[in-house]
Every structure is written in C-alpha cells, then in structure tokens.
Write a protein that binds this ligand. Structure first.
Ligand code: ZN
Ligand code: ZN
Length: 273
C-alpha cells in the first residue's frame, strides 16, 4: 500500500509524466518486493524503460547539403509501450481490416466459469485450447448447416486473460462473418446463429479438450455444465472501430494488469479470412 501511495504522490507532484516514468522510478523497488513475475513481464517492462534511450542505440542522419546531424534513438517496439503501442494499434488494425471479408460480422464472446479458470492460471499453455475449442464450435455449426457444402466462415479470435475488474478471467473474442463459402456455393449469407446451440457445443468441446489434456482427474471434478456461459452477440459492427477498441483494450488493460501480475497474452489467429 505504501508503494502505491508513493507512486501516486510522485505522479501528482510531476507536471507531466508517462507510464514509462512510473516504471523507471519504481520498477526495481517493485521487483525487489519478490512477487512472482513471469519472464515476459520483466522483458517487456525493461523494454519500455529503455525505449528511446540513446545509450541503447540510435540511428544517425547526416545532411549532405547543410551538414546537420540528427540522432534518432531506437524505440522498443513493445506493444506494452504506450508510445510504440499506439503505432502497433494502427498497423495491426489496418493489417487485419485489409484481410477481412467485406460483409456484415458478428462479435461473439466465449467465456468460461470461474471453476475452470484456475486450470488455465496454473498452466498457461492450456490457453490455446480456448482458441481450438471456439474454432471447433464454429466449424461444427457451419458444417451442420449443409454437410455436402461444408460451409466455412471467416473469423478472427483474440484472447483476453482478464475481465473488466482486471482479475484472471480468460475468454475469447471472436469476430465472425454473417455468411460462409461452401464447396459449391461461393458465398451464402447466414444471418442466424442459434445462441443455445453454440453455447452447448462450446461447453462440450471445451470440456472434452480439457479432459483430453488433463486426464480423468479433471472430469472427476464434475463441473456443473450449466455454468458455462456464452456471453454476448452483437451484429453489424464497424470492423475498424471494433479492432481498434479491442487492441487498445488489450494494451491499456495489459499495462494495468501487468502491475497486478495478470499480464495478458495477446494472440490473434486468422482463420479462413
Ligand atoms: Zn517503446
Ligand atoms: Zn474481453
């Protein structure tokens, strides 16, 4: 608590400050407290602290005409950096937008109950199962519409490892086309995605995958299936706005989450887009 007050006090006393300044001033003291910090956190914070420091390397420009010399320090390129991260947001949003199919999309959030979250906290390598389970859920639904067509939609998934309260709460955000291409049909609009069916498929697929990875000890816990919730549907999103908001949320909350030792992974998986 004293540590927090010190940070706030310093910030209040300074005329202008950056996130980097807080880390530069206090990071070593914080690390010395001995809280468990993953190597990725240590690596990224060190990059932020050294971002733009000329002693860490710089480019030198020389003008043949007037003889002026300009030093441009190297930046860290970390998406955690609130300076470099802004450019990352723009580049990433532009890159993804250019690959998206020009049609209406829906936003689906695949969440898990609090009973399952400790498994992913204990072994973060399990997080990839959330991608696999959500993708399998969607593929199974579109396949079931017409088996000979085997419709394939376009979707992008991103992982959040924290909720609004910054507590550990891994979930998948998926942006999916309101339509799909089939073996014979180039494109068919499929505006209706049945919520109850998706929810049940998600439950079954994820629990099956966890059972396969964790063995019978997992299934013996007899988790209440009904607590698995597929949260929200939204339609007709402005794709660029959505992507920018989503990536910003990752970065901004990521910085805060890191201070609570809940650093989020940020993964984007492109499937059929
Ligand atoms: Zn930077
Ligand atoms: Zn989220």
């Amino acid at each position: 608590m004293i540590f927090c007050y010190n940070i706030i006090g310093d910030v209040m006393n300074s005329k202008s400050f950056k996130i980097k300044d807080i880390f530069s001033d206090r990071w070593d003291d914080f690390v010395a407290l001995g809280y468990p910090l993953r190597p990725a956190i240590l690596h990224n914070v060190r990059k932020i602290i050294n971002c733009g420091d000329p002693s860490m390397g710089h480019a030198l420009y020389f003008c043949d005409h007037c003889g002026k010399i300009k030093h441009v320090p190297f930046t860290c390129k970390s998406r955690f950096c609130n300076s470099c991260g802004a450019k990352y947001i723009q580049d990433r949003a532009a890159s993804i937008s250019s690959k998206l199919i020009q049609c209406e999309h829906r936003h689906i959030v695949f969440t898990i109950p609090k009973e399952l979250r400790p498994f992913f906290r204990k072994d973060r390598s399990l997080l990839h199962l959330l991608f696999h389970a959500s993708a399998a859920t969607i593929h199974a639904w579109f396949y079931s519409i017409n088996k000979s067509e085997s419709f394939k939609p376009g979707f992008i998934s991103t992982l959040h490892t924290f909720g609004r309260d910054l507590k550990w709460n891994p979930h998948i955000h998926m942006l999916i086309t309101e339509g799909a291409s089939g073996n014979k049909t180039v494109w068919r609009k499929i505006p209706h995605i049945p919520f109850t069916m998706l929810r049940k498929r998600w439950q079954t697929t994820l629990l099956d995958l966890l059972h396969r990875y964790l063995g019978d000890s997992f299934i013996n816990l007899r988790l209440p299936y009904s607590k698995l919730i597929l949260l929200a549907f939204m339609s007709m999103l402005n794709l660029t706005c959505f992507l920018i908001l989503l990536i910003q949320l990752n970065i901004l909350l990521g910085i805060l989450a890191d201070q609570l030792w809940l650093s989020p992974e940020f993964l984007i998986m492109m499937v059929n887009s």
